[in-house]
Design a protein around this ligand. Structure first.
Ligand SMILES: [Zn+2]
Length: 152
């Protein structure tokens, strides 16, 4: 099932963790409109990047989210958030740096450069965080910092 021209429901619900643990990662029907909004956001991001996007994690059922160590309030469980990489464009840092000044234009509620050096991804959510300061952040093992930060 296509959610948008370049993104399918299968892509946005794929989870190797769910498969490995035999967990059902099917979203409730009422979450589908949110996943369509997320896919439309990905289309806009794809257009500015000019290359295909790889979804590394999209919707996560609560049990799947717990298994991957996601926070309980994660936007992934609500169908708002998607983790992406775009190797054809560059590193996650470069992708996040391109997107940061464009969040409002692209309808990105929250942009996070996440992970540790060598294993990083870009988290994008259609939902804006309550605190404006958390809209664009970098999260590593060392904690969260405002803005898109280079990892040392
Ligand atoms: Zn994420």
């Amino acid at each position: 099932m296509k959610l948008s021209p370049h993104f399918s429901l299968a892509e946005l619900t794929n989870s190797t963790t769910a498969q490995r643990l035999g967990l059902d990662n099917t979203p409730a029907p009422e979450l589908l409109p949110r996943l369509v909004l997320a896919a439309e956001m990905l289309e806009r991001i794809r257009t500015v990047l000019g290359v295909p996007i790889t979804v590394t994690s999209g919707y996560r059922a609560p049990a799947v989210n717990r298994a991957v160590g996601g926070v309980t309030s994660s936007d992934h469980t609500q169908g708002h958030a998607v983790d992406i990489i775009a190797p054809g464009y560059g590193t996650p840092y470069l992708v996040a740096s391109l997107l940061a000044p464009l969040v409002s234009t692209l309808g990105i509620g929250q942009l996070i450069l996440e992970g540790v050096k060598g294993k990083q991804w870009v988290h994008v959510s259609t939902r804006s965080p309550e605190k404006f300061a958390n809209r664009i952040i970098t999260i590593t093992d060392a904690g969260a910092r405002t803005g898109i930060q280079v990892l040392s």
